[in-house]
Design a protein around this ligand. Sequence first.
Ligand code: PEP
Ligand code: MG
Length: 531
Amino acid sequence: MGEIHLIGHPASPGLAVGPVAVLTHAAPRGAAKGDPVQEAAALKAAIEKAAAELAELIATVHGEAAEILEFQVAMLGDDALAEGAYEAVTAGAAADEAWRAALDAEIAGYRAAEEEYFRARAADLVDIRDRVLAGLNGADATARISGDSVVMGDDISPSTFLAVDWARGGAIALAAGSPSSHVAMLARARGAPMVVGLGPLPWNGQPSLALVDGDAGTVIFDPKPETRRLFEHRMAAANAAQIAADASRLKPALTANGRRIAVLLNVAAPEDLTGLDPAICDGIGLVRTEFLFEGSRGLPGEDAQYAVYRRMLDWAAGRPVTIRTLDAGGDKPIAGLTIDGERNPFLGLRGIRLSLARPEVFRVQLRALCRAAVHGTLKVMLPMIAVPSELEHANVMLDAEFAALKAEGIACARPPLGIMVEVPAAALCAENFGAAFYSIGSNDLTQYTMAAARDIGAVADLNDAGHPAVLALIARTVEAGCKRGVEVSLCGDAAADTRLTNALLATGLTTLSVSPIAVARLKAAVAAVTT
Ligand code: PEP
Ligand code: MG
């Protein structure tokens, strides 16, 4: 068969060539079927092995990734999940057939769920299904994927993604998936090229080699020697450009005509800063504090929060650090805090709305922030602001906590309070907010402007931060910031999308915030801007 070209959506930039490792294909079972007792024992052992593998992985990750794995381990420990499979085994079915049938029924239920939260969890169940099947088939689910492979499948779960060492140069090519999914965000943060939405893969056998272009969103399977040679030529040029960009990572970002652009960092947890030289950036533009609230440890206390915030301020050595108050809800449910069963959680009680509804939780965070503020240049921002009264309410609460700490004789400072502009209403009326600064959340601003959810692959084309409507809202916010004399930055994923750098800087933006891995690439893209 000749080479096969497929066109999908770019989800994480970069070029890669590698052997294909197919996910979720049903490898035939090597061992012959035993009697029902042997089959049940084999199933039990495979479930336990899968749970142990995932538990081992939990120790190596944090935040959202750890929470997903904890969910999977809990599912594997839930007897109700395997009940149907054991019944089928007792009735004479093979362990692998029985497990697959039981899990497929469960997965279908999750996929049909009305809430996006449960639909998103279907990928986690597919992962559990295949992990146990791999155990039954005598295969090691993670060993099959070496870090230099092009991983191909319908979708990829975070646990499978996190088990691979992407520093070795692999890539991901998915039939389904979404560029705004959490796995796509993880891929961008780790520098793994990724293409999604390739559609049904048009063959029965397995291709042996693939060329992945994460910039263009294309994949070529089983390329002809000449195609491969040209691709590798492009990779060499891209590598040389990357090396040149890395060399200027420590230098300030300047456009070709000398306009200074501040480049800040987005951080999901303090571990993201480990080993990083603060000189690569002009400060931290977004700390997503959700990581503190996730997992099974319960809500974090004031001292625990203070310690983490202080660590980041110490790292930044005087550079500004913008910490966002808890942005729970929407695609980030937190057990015991967010509302279960909201019909449309993206339009529900999330971000600042939830913090104001749960003042006892919000107050603890505001106190910890005031205490940390004495250790550097701290700025605090509020997520999902839609109307000025939300900011006013938060300002009153911040004043009260600051005054209370002072009265208690505890060292503290009152940080400036800014807002995220990620709801179109806030962008259109930005001037009406008494915010100390604006930070544009292009991920949410795009989904709300285009009415295209950030995590639904079927509408990925519409979820376009470069659409003129989104750019107009960004420009409007910049204009409001100029009029009011306050800083405007952009911290959504669009900041790292170098195809948009020109258009973003044309709106008048002078501050962009991106994940650490995107800094060198962004500075190189800024240097090419002539306007
Ligand atoms: C955004 O919406 O662009 C943003 C930065 O916030 P998050 O992705 O955490 O919702
Ligand atoms: Mg957001």
